[in-house]
Design a binder for this molecule. Structure first.
Ligand code: ADP
Length: 475
């Protein structure tokens, strides 16, 4: 088996093919030879039976213990009876006649008890000749005799061995030719694999745009090539995303770092008082804060991508979740004199990871505060519709133009890049919220009218009905 593994697929295919074919051909040749041999022997037996019928009437007594073959009565056609091995025995087991071909040999022991007709048998004479003979009981002038008539089997064996030697020479030649042809066919069929392999060798991380050539999309190799190309396309997309993510992340990290450095450099060139330096340190801390938030978001994203954030689902009221998240953001809303209202159905329970869902909602509320003007209004509603729980966050900001709506959940996407950065956003909040809600089996929808303000809706799976009923009864 190990030795076979060292051989190429085409070599193995050819070996298997030739092996199976040899087996079939050998069985076929053995069957044909056996059939031929049987046929030849049957012909010989038929001839012996016909000849013994002709010959048995040609014997006459030639004395008390001898019989004579009346060859003078033989016609032209029966002359070829001469090469027969002929033996005549008396009823008591004495030899009455023996043809010249037999010389002193005999065709076996005295035929005592031999039935009236003896089926054909084969014997080997002392000289080595193989003889096929038949036996008959006959009566001359009231005295029973036994006749044995034989013919040499040599012509039969000669014909048989001729056939066997033709097969013995022909079979290996045929197998050699078929093996060669099989190898050529296997080589041709597998050639696209070589082409694919050499092309695949050239594909590197920088050349993920390359694709394998597909000779025939309908065969197995075509299928393999297609699957490989699809994998390459997926890899290429992932690489591209990774590259974009790294570039965007570095860019976002550089901005606050540059700000910290330039504020520091400028302050060093001036001789300010304590208040001046307190302001400088304050704005540096603000940038450092922004940097920390950004790094936290990046870490969350990469841990989420790697599937390393384990979910700890529990059941809780969706209105409680809304109140908790609003409590965190309230301070920011107050700073902008915004009013934040929260209402909803306290009996709607959801199942999910409370901390992660809370963070998702905080991101939505943070945006609502960020993008709503001073003195604006933010409404939070919790409830259930279409079999799922929901939390709506409606703001009174500028809304999101139609062409940006499908992109706002993408990483680092900002509608108004300059403004958003000023407000501290790196374009990661919504993509983190989307991941968090989807990881908990829900989804986020954006509902915008053409007027100002927009509503983000988090839909979360409800808790199991039994729990739901139990809670309703106990609340
Ligand atoms: P950011 O941290 O920049 O706010 P997000 O992923 O949370 O990033 O949002 C992506 C972009 O979507 C924002 O930069 C902003 O342009 C837009 N956006 C998000 N929420 C709102 C909203 N409530 N009103 C208007 N625009 C919004």
């Amino acid at each position: 088996m190990r030795a076979l593994e060292a051989i190429s697929i085409r070599g193995r295919l050819t070996l298997l093919y030739v092996g199976l074919l040899s087996l079939v051909l050998i069985l076929y040749a053995a069957g044909t030879s056996a059939f031929l041999f049987r046929n030849l022997r049957e012909q010989l037996d038929n001839r012996l039976n016909a000849d013994v019928e002709t010959i048995e009437g040609l014997f006459a007594w030639d004395g008390p213990d001898r019989v004579r073959l009346m060859t003078e009565n033989l016609d032209e056609d029966a002359r070829d009876l001469q090469p027969h091995y002929l033996e005549v025995w008396s009823g008591t087991g004495a030899v009455l006649y023996r043809s010249p071909q037999l010389r002193s040999e005999d065709l076996g022991p005295a035929p005592n008890g031999v039935p009236a007709r003896l089926g054909a048998r084969s014997v080997q004479l002392a000289g080595g000749t193989r003889v096929r003979f038949v036996g008959r009981r006959h009566v001359i002038d009231g005295t029973p005799i036994r006749i044995r008539l034989g013919l040499s089997e040599e012509p039969l064996w000669r014909e048989f061995w001729e056939m066997v030697s033709v097969l013995a020479v022909g079979l290996p030649v045929a197998l050699l030719l078929i093996g060669g042809a099989g190898y050529a066919v296997a080589r041709r069929a597998l050639r696209p694999l070589d082409v694919m392999a050499s092309r695949a060798e050239k594909i590197t991380a920088d050349k993920l745009g390359e694709r394998l050539p597909i000779a025939n999309p309908n065969d197995e190799l075509g299928h393999l090539g297609r699957v490989f190309n699809e994998t390459l396309a997926r890899l290429e997309r992932s690489f591209e995303q990774l590259r974009r993510f790294t570039a965007d992340a570095s860019h976002e990290l550089r901005t606050p770092l540059t700000a910290i450095r330039s504020v520091g450099e400028v302050s060093l060139q001036k001789n300010g008082d304590a208040d001046y330096y307190r302001d400088i340190v304050g704005s540096m801390l603000e940038e450092a804060n922004r940097l920390t938030k950004l790094v936290d978001s990046l870490l969350t994203m990469s841990r989420a991508d790697a599937g390393r954030i384990p979910l700890q689902p529990t059941e809780f009221s969706v209105l409680d979740l809304a109140k908790e998240a609003a409590g965190v953001i309230e301070v920011l809303a107050e700073e902008k004199n915004q009013t934040m209202t929260i209402d909803g159905d306290p009996k709607v329970f959801v199942r999910g990871d409370r901390l992660i869902l809370r963070q998702a909602l905080i991101n939505l509320l943070d945006n609502a505060v960020k993008y709503s003007p001073e003195g604006g209004r933010i409404e939070v509603r919790a409830g259930a519709s279409d079999g799922a729980a929901f939390v709506d966050v409606q703001d009174s900001g500028p809304g999101i133009p139609v062409e940006h709506r499908s992109h706002v959940f993408e990483r680092f996407y900002r509608v108004d890049k300059a403004r958003a950065r000023g407000e501290g956003g790196a374009g990661l909040g919504l993509s983190i919220s989307q991941w968090a809600v989807e990881a908990n089996g829900g989804r986020i929808e954006l509902q915008c009218n053409n007027g100002p303000g927009c509503t983000f809706r988090m839909r979360i799976p409800k808790a199991a009905p039994l729990t739901q009923k139990h809670r309703e009864r106990t609340s």
